[in-house]
Design a protein around this ligand. Structure first.
Ligand code: S3P
Length: 432
């Protein structure tokens, strides 16, 4: 992608559907009794990987190419079949982690793998508690890396304190818990996205929050889902960063999911003094939704730590960019998890923004950016990490001259990102 500095920005953008909810809707619908209808499903590489895995497990799924709605024929809690082939999760950590939990509880032999990036991502965090539940799982590198081989079967209950705040690990254990009579309890160090729990509750599963714990028991059956997926706040995030850092911008984002477990960036922007407004707050698919208007702002540096970290986990690279436009220091800490995402996002954020002229320093668990700084175009490599691709693109739209973003991988979560940027700011973005 080649990006130039954006002139006056006035745009209204409908962001793509939520990726986390799309994955979960496909997996959970497969376990329901009867047909589920999911509208506004995200048609991106990651979610297509989940759909392909479910189809390989025998799930009947009607989701033609280019269609935003899908029908999924649920086969019930025991309706999956053994896949003949390795389940290819592509680049998707959510597919790999959640399916590991789900399949640990099914009397099938399953092998899960994915691309080079996914095969480097930690799996011990899911495998270790599943083994405590009695699961027989093997994996490369001493049980820590994909490919993962599962000899699924009966599991026992567990009460498990998550060592890291991870919605993927929590969800994997809750999905495994759907097969266990006594409650499976997962205790979170800090709240993480709760879409799995919400969908399970909507399907009639006995799932309850008990303080920091979430408990689930085997349901008699799961009701089918009838759902319209809201817009993805993580895909709204690059636009929010662009608008508030730009000298003459007003961008309206329509139909964005604003589940409080996902809106850490909105709170961080508020503390930075950004002009961001939520309008027409409503509900869709059991999730709070709003339009968000973001305008050019004077920003001040802030410190991001503690419970803001999991609530903004995928947006923290954009906080580094905000830090380049804010007065003073912007510090992100307690965010070592960033190092084990699709890429090491601490180093990748610092490398990309430094190439553009930022003053940014990394730490083992985060970074410090000092601003304000004037950014200039450069050649960037997103190394196949979609969030880094979008960071590079919006940074390029704020920088003087021309920025080349190589291996942007935006099709993982936001397939028409480049076209949307080119439409919002004509002449800004084009294909290399
Ligand atoms: C996700 C959870 C987060 C997030 C990822 C999607 C999910 O990962 O970074 O993009 O859908 O559950 P962790 O659970 O590893 O923090």
């Amino acid at each position: 992608m080649i990006v130039r500095r954006a002139g006056r920005l006035r745009a209204s953008v409908r962001v793509p559907p939520d990726k986390s909810i799309s994955h979960r809707a496909l997996m959970l619908a497969a376990l329901a009794e009867g047909d589920s209808h999911v509208e506004n499903l995200l048609d991106s590489d990651d979610v297509r990987a989940t759909a392909a895995c479910m189809a390989a497990l025998g799930v009947e799924l009607e989701w033609p190419a280019g269609a935003s709605a899908a029908r999924i024929r649920g086969g019930g809690l025991h309706g999956l079949y053994e896949s003949e082939a390795v389940l290819d999760c592509g680049n998707s950590g959510t597919t790999l982690r959640l399916l590991t939990g789900l399949l640990a509880a099914h009397p099938l032999f399953s092998v899960l793998s994915g691309d080079e990036s996914l095969r480097r991502r930690p799996m011990g965090r899911v495998i270790e508690p599943l083994r405590r539940m009695g699961a027989r799982i093997g994996a490369r590198a001493g049980g820590t890396l994909a490919p993962v081989a599962i000899n699924g079967g009966a599991l026992r209950a567990i009460r498990y304190e998550l060592p890291v705040a991870s919605a993927q690990v929590k969800s994997a254990l809750l999905l495994a818990g759907l097969s266990v009579e006594a409650p499976v309890r997962v205790i979170e160090p800090a709240p993480t996205r709760d879409h799995t729990e919400k969908l399970l509750a909507a399907m009639g599963a006995p799932v309850a929050r008990e303080g920091r714990a979430i408990a689930v028991r085997r349901p008699g059956r799961l009701r089918p889902l009838h759902l319209r997926v809201p817009g993805d706040v993580s895909s709204a995030a690059p636009w929010l960063a662009l608008a508030v850092c730009h000298p003459d911008a007003e961008i309206r984002l329509e139909g964005v999911g604003v589940n409080p477990t996902r809106t850490g960036l909105l709170d961080i922007l508020g503390r930075m003094g950004a002009d961001v407004e939520l309008l027409e707050e409503r509900e869709s698919g059991g999730e709070p939704v709003a339009d968000i208007v973001a305008r050019s702002s004077s920003l001040r540096g802030v410190t991001v730590e503690g419970s803001d970290v999991p609530r903004a986990i995928d947006e923290l690279p954009l906080v580094a960019l905000l830090g380049c436009f804010a007065e003073g220091e912007t510090v992100v800490r307690e965010a070592a998890e960033l190092r084990v995402k699709e890429s090491d996002r601490v180093e990748a954020s610092a490398a990309m923004l430094s190439a553009l002229g930022a003053d940014i320093e990394t730490a083992p668990d985060g970074f410090v950016a000092r601003g304000p700084r004037e950014l200039h175009g450069a050649r960037l490599d997103a190394a196949g990490d979609h969030r880094m691709g979008m960071l590079g693109a919006v940074a390029g739209a704020l920088a003087d001259g021309e920025t080349h973003v190589e291996r942007d991988a935006v099709s993982v979560s936001y397939p028409d990102f480049r076209e949307a940027l080119a439409a919002a700011a004509p002449g800004t973005a084009r294909l290399a």
